[in-house]
Design a protein around this ligand. Structure first.
Ligand code: PMP
Ligand code: GLN
Length: 384
């Protein structure tokens, strides 16, 4: 296979899920919930199918959904015109791909915060761009993986066109705070960069942590493509309804790429997600609380089993240092774990360009029923 996709032939999620299925392991690898979303949302999807909403929806997305997305983003103080500044996509995945394909010319550089979600590097490669990855750094005392502002500044050069920012952050669970985002915003303005923000975990933040969209900071609305999706907020990762909010010029460019990737998608799910954005945010608050408890449950279990757990402020994920248990390589451990003790997890190093710096960390997903988490914890104790 001699193509630019050669380094991207399989994903760690597919690999680890297949291994988990083959060995009957508890799968805390791939992040997907094991319960359904709000009943009202599911009912609208079923009614939509029964009502004949089964043909191509409009290219930019159904008006009812674009309006609901614009209303939802207004909660952050950012206003978008549903007709020209909102685009419905096939999940956040397509939104990210179409944004990069639309903006990045061969030779342009894209700054990624490392570790980064796996599709980012692949899509930068598809666009013919070059990635510059900037590692999060462990904060002394808390172990939180925070932004390294100096490293970010150093990564930006004359060819940098885009910075892709994911907060709440997969795989670490870090939620970038206002100070960190203000530094990113300053650099974007100073170097005239476009920011693409991946906010799919926008509602899944814990304790007193707040999700702040980069676009809500001064000077940023005009240069930010804000991306989110329904999958994580409403437990429907298989529906693949995502969206882009940005100024009309940027949305037009993304739409031009998107129309030749999938054209449109998910007709019967679009009104259901519109319903959910307007009526199910209380349900989402329940989900948030429940995930917060699951985060704490797994964090305690991992610590008791001997891992050094890093703080998780949001998302589905928590990372743990495997060195206190005598292991050095998370990749090797993740390949052995399903067979050895019947648990699947994901090594953090596969989300980086510097595996040697990240090989001690493993990611566990806690978006699972309590009994599933408890069984995984029971099995993880066998590592001691
Ligand atoms: N970005 C991040 C950080 C994710 O974790 C995921 C999915 N797990 C996605 C994007 C993809 O979202 P979607 O399923 O809506 O395509
Ligand atoms: N986003 C999910 C995760 O990080 C899985 C997505 C996928 O399987 N591509 O685990």
């Amino acid at each position: 296979l001699v193509t630019r996709m050669r380094p991207f032939t399989s994903t760690i999620f597919a690999e680890m899920t297949a291994l988990a299925v083959r060995t009957g392991a508890v799968n805390l690898g791939q992040g997907f919930p094991d319960t359904d979303g709000p009943a009202g949302m599911l009912a609208v999807a079923k009614d939509s199918i029964d009502g004949g909403l089964n043909q191509y929806p409009p290219g930019p997305g159904m008006p009812v959904l674009r309006e609901a997305i614009a209303e939802h983003r207004a909660r952050y103080g950012t206003n978008y015109d549903p007709d020209t500044e909102v685009l419905v996509t096939v999940g956040a995945t397509e939104a990210i791909a179409a944004s990069l394909l639309a903006l990045v010319e061969p030779g342009d550089e894209v700054v990624l915060i490392e570790p980064y979600y796996d599709s980012y590097a692949a899509c930068v490669a598809l666009a013919g761009g070059t990635r510059r990855s900037v590692g999060l750094v462990e904060e002394p005392g808390t172990g939180r993986l925070g932004l390294d502002v100096e490293a970010l500044r150093a990564a930006i050069g004359p060819k940098t066109r885009v910075i892709l920012v994911n907060t709440p952050h997969n795989p670490t669970g870090t939620v970038l705070n206002r100070d960190e985002l203000a530094e990113i915003a300053r650099l974007c303005v100073e170097h005239d960069l476009v920011a693409i923000t991946d906010e799919v975990y926008e509602h899944l933040v814990f304790d007193d942590v707040e999700h702040v969209p980069l676009a809500s900071l001064p000077g940023m609305a005009a240069r930010t493509i804000a991306i989110s999706s329904a999958g994580k907020s409403f437990n429907c990762t298989g529906w693949k309804i995502g969206w882009v909010c940005a100024p009309a010029g940027l949305v037009g460019a993304v739409r031009a790429a998107k129309q030749f990737l999938t054209f449109v998608g998910g007709a019967p799910f679009q009104p259901a997600v519109a319903h959910a954005l307007r009526n199910e945010l209380e349900w989402v608050e329940g989900l948030r609380t429940s995930l917060q408890n699951k985060r704490s449950r797994l964090a305690e279990g991992l610590a008791e089993a001997g891992f050094a757990v890093r703080p998780s402020e949001g998302t589905y994920f928590i990372t743990a240092d495997v060195r206190p248990l005598g292991f050095t390589d998370g990749l090797q451990l993740c390949h052995e774990l399903p067979e050895r003790i019947g648990v699947a997890a994901v090594p953090v190093q596969v989300f980086t360009d510097h595996p040697e710096q990240w090989q001690h960390l493993v990611r566990f997903a806690f978006c699972k029923k309590d009994e599933v988490l408890d069984e995984a914890i029971r099995r993880l104790h066998k590592l001691n």
